[in-house]
Design a protein around this ligand. Structure first.
Ligand SMILES: [Zn+2]
Length: 537
């Protein structure tokens, strides 16, 4: 390199905030001690401790030294230039059953996520061994773990019927959960608003949770109610944990009933009380005041028994249809919303022009009236046409903040792997972790940066049983995210969700770079992470 070029490069290096990535020359005589070293980092180690300055050396996918390291000792060097180096984020609440068709998992990687837990809300693969084993045939960018889901098991054994399982059926469900745990599931999940999970009574779930408990699993639940009966639902979740003897994770902890906004001290208090009694209960949360789920969650569960064909037959009967409408009106009233303006379509295949519009807006367009009765008819028509994915603007900001400040709350997206520009999904799939770091930490100073990182790393690892992840610590897996805490920001909005965040420059999974200087690499170093029941442990 000519002197002039070197000077120019030096000026550029001093001026730019970007992280520098370089490979040592091949002419080195001595073989390097590290595959990779990150120098000049401010390390936030995931424990909640304040940041410290260090270099971090990686060999064979593991952190082997934290301290002062000369770049000449490494095959590759990343100069963090004072940016933050944190453990890769662990997203414990995802729905990524489709990850093998989108193995880059770009929306997750670009918000710093290096490990996903899927199988949440009662819906998972029923063949955990095959699902996790596929990582060796179809390499993926991030690490993957799964829960075994009650709803999927029940569907296979009992179908979509609204009834209790027979003793024989319950035994078969227990066997399926046992097999899932032996194949490496990290616990049992439920989705008690969905068909068929909603038809299960508490004792059925306790029976299956006992199986998961025997294999060291956690009980992760999308509770029976997040609205007017949220306190009862929390009590049920806790009772299941106490009777079955396993830790409880309450998924996407929230209050979605407008009349109950401000009641999070009470709901968090129920969790604190259970912890005081000795039950391990934790919660996760996404950093938004809107939720996202299916349209049919607005409909009575008895209507949905047996699936859509059965439901359509019931709706064709006028008195039954009237009963559905009356129940929906009552539910709406109890939820504290005057109409369905808070309900926005994310994806509706029969007419994509509905995507991004509220039920109130769609009803006006289609029916030229927008009273509640017409809105309900519109919902029923869309349900009968196959249903829709929805976004519900149902939470209060004060509750979101209060839940975030609680020490046992972790940050999780509830997202799937996103396909760019497909439908108008919830922005959490592109921005969740980054929104916490940019908006709630830097702008609002609601929690410290170190505490926010703890909620995304060591707390999830501790809760879901990843003993060698979630901390920057010697011997731990080298899952890293490097970011500038002054510029990190989410860009995805409800109207334009398909936007990647700013401020994250590098993401490493098992010591290999999946994001380098803001560019996605083609590397796919993700591993299957199996729970303690694997191989009879
Ligand atoms: Zn859920």
């Amino acid at each position: 390199m000519k002197l002039g070029c070197r000077l120019l490069l030096l000026v550029w290096l001093l001026a730019t905030p970007t992280v520098i990535f370089r490979s040592a020359s091949h002419s080195q005589a001595v073989s390097p001690s590290f595959d990779l070293v990150v120098i000049n980092a401010r390390v936030i180690d995931g424990s909640g401790n304040p940041w410290f300055r260090a270099d971090v050396g990686v060999r064979d996918g593991r952190i082997v030294r934290i301290g002062r390291i000369a770049p000449s000792e490494a095959r590759q060097t990343i100069d963090a230039r004072g940016q933050i180096l944190a453990p890769g984020f662990i997203d414990v609440h995802t729905h990524v059953e489709s990850i093998y068709s989108l193995p880059a998992a770009e929306n997750f990687v670009r918000m710093g996520v290096t490990t996903l837990v899927t199988g949440n809300c009662g819906s998972s693969t029923t063949n955990v061994g095959e699902f996790l084993g596929r990582t060796t045939k179809v390499p993926i960018a991030v690490n993957l773990a799964t829960l075994i889901a009650h709803g999927s098991v029940r569907r296979q054994v009992v179908g979509l019927d609204d009834r209790a399982p027979t003793l024989d059926e319950l035994k078969r469900m227990e066997d399926m959960v046992e097999q899932g745990m032996k194949d490496g599931a990290v616990g049992l999940s439920t989705g008690l608003i969905y068909v068929p999970g909603t038809y299960a009574k508490t004792d059925e779930i306790v029976a299956l949770a006992k199986v998961a408990a025997r294999y060291g699993g956690v009980y992760a639940t999308h509770m029976r109610n997040e609205g007017d009966k949220v306190a009862d639902a929390i009590r049920e979740s806790i009772a299941i944990g106490e009777q079955a003897g396993l830790p409880v994770e309450i998924s996407h902890f929230k209050i979605s009933n407008k009349k109950l906004w401000g009641q999070s001290p009470m709901t968090l208090g129920l969790v604190r009380d259970a912890r005081a009694r000795g039950l391990q209960v934790t919660v996760d949360q996404y950093a938004y005041t809107a939720s996202s789920t299916s349209l049919d969650s607005r409909l009575p569960s008895w209507l949905r028994a047996g699936g859509l064909t059965e439901a359509k037959k019931r709706l064709a009967d006028q008195p039954t249809r009237q009963r559905v409408i009356t129940e929906m009106k009552d539910n709406l009233k109890r939820s504290g919303f005057k109409d369905y303006d808070f309900a926005v379509v994310a994806s509706y295949d029969p007419d994509r022009s509905f995507n991004g519009k509220s039920i109130a807006e769609i009803t006006k367009l289609v029916r030229h009236k927008s009273d509640v009765a017409n809105q309900i008819e519109q919902i029923l028509a869309m349900y009968e046409a196959g249903g829709a994915g929805m976004i519900y603007h149902g939470m209060g900001e004060d509750d979101v903040k209060r839940i975030m400040q609680e020490p046992f709350t972790m940050i999780a997206s509830d997202s799937g792997v996103r396909q760019q520009d497909e439908s108008v999904p919830h922005p959490r799939g592109y921005g969740n972790n980054v929104r916490v770091l940019g908006h709630y930490v830097r702008e609002l100073k609601l929690i410290t940066l170190e505490d926010a990182i703890r909620k995304m790393t060591s707390l999830p690892a501790q809760t879901f049983g990843f003993p060698d992840r979630g901390l920057i610590k010697e011997g731990f897996a080298a899952d890293f995210v490097i970011f500038d805490e002054k510029t990190i920001a989410d860009r995805a909005t409800y109207d334009h969700p398909h936007q990647f965040p700013l401020g994250i420059s590098f993401v490493l999974v098992n010591g290999r770079t999946v994001l380098a200087n803001d560019q996605l690499t083609s590397d796919r170093p993700g591993m299957a992470l199996r729970g303690p029941g694997f191989l009879g442990a």
